[in-house]
Design a protein around this ligand. Structure first.
Ligand SMILES: *Cc1c(COP(=O)(O)O)cnc(C)c1O
Length: 245
């Protein structure tokens, strides 16, 4: 009884949150003169129990993002119905590449040639072609993963040649700021980098720009995001061993 009541609660809360996020996506798309159907909502389910992932799925969300291999694997093993798409969005150590290739449908966080080669090897072994995005550290913060803007074209050329990887675009994580508006130049720079790559490395589609999280996805959409990665606005504040973040 008690559990059922809790689940109904979670269902209502997620329904409200998801409706709000979807409405905001539509409004931001309109402001940017874009079609909201061109924007994929990835619900970031890190630290979130698989039960909530299932509820979100029942509310129409089909893309989920996780940033830690070990946390994600049991969830993916438990919940992988037809039509669900799991995105790796966190740093991947090359020695985990085989697990990542086996479990995930795409890797948005390719940040080195070494990792790309490891993913290539395992994808080839499994006979699949893995969609990937190149993660770019646009702001150049030392604490952030990702290639620098300057090194991306050359790395893109090399990674584009790996036949079991399908390079579909770029991903970035904006710096933490006081005002979301401050990150607009970061999103704009990623879009400009994509334009450059479309010319310089034309064998990839470069269709995707994965940028924007809870605090800044509206701005990212105005600047051309095709994928937004939203965690807290859907699932609520994260709880890490008793600490919220
Ligand atoms: C946690 C995370 C998100 C989601 O962040 P929210 O602020 O909860 O929306 C998006 N992208 C990456 C790479 C993350 O690690």
């Amino acid at each position: 009884m008690r559990e059922t009541a809790m689940q109904e609660n979670a269902h209502d809360r997620l329904a409200t949150n998801i409706a709000h996020v979807r409405a905001s996506i539509t409004e931001a798309a309109q402001r940017g003169g874009r079609d909201a159907n061109d924007i994929t909502l990835v619900a970031v389910s890190k630290t979130v129990a698989v039960e909530l992932v299932k509820i979100a799925y029942n509310l129409g969300v089909t893309h989920f993002g996780e940033n830690r291999v070990q946390d994600a694997l049991p969830k993916i093993a438990e919940f992988r119905p037809r039509g669900v798409y799991w995105h790796m969005i966190g740093h991947v150590q090359s020695n985990k590449a085989s697990k990542v290739v086996a479990a995930f449908d795409s890797v948005q966080s390719v940040d080195s040639l070494h990792l790309a080669q490891a993913l290539q090897r395992h994808a080839e072994e499994e006979g699949k072609r893995l969609p990937v995005l190149l993660q770019v550290n646009v702001s150049g913060e030392a604490s952030k993963e990702g290639m620098t803007v300057a090194e991306t074209p050359e790395l893109a050329r090399q990674i584009a040649e790996l036949p079991a990887l399908e390079v579909q675009g770029l991903m970035t994580i904006a710096p933490l700021v006081e005002q979301p508006e401050e990150v607009r130049p970061v999103f704009r720079a990623l879009r400009e980098l994509r334009e450059r790559l479309q010319n310089e490395v034309p064998d990839c589609s470069w269709q995707h720009l994965s940028m924007g999280m809870t605090d800044d996805y509206r701005i990212a959409i105005e600047e051309g995001a095709t994928i937004v990665r939203v965690g807290r606005a859907i699932f609520g504040e994260r709880v890490y061993k008793g600490v919220t973040s």
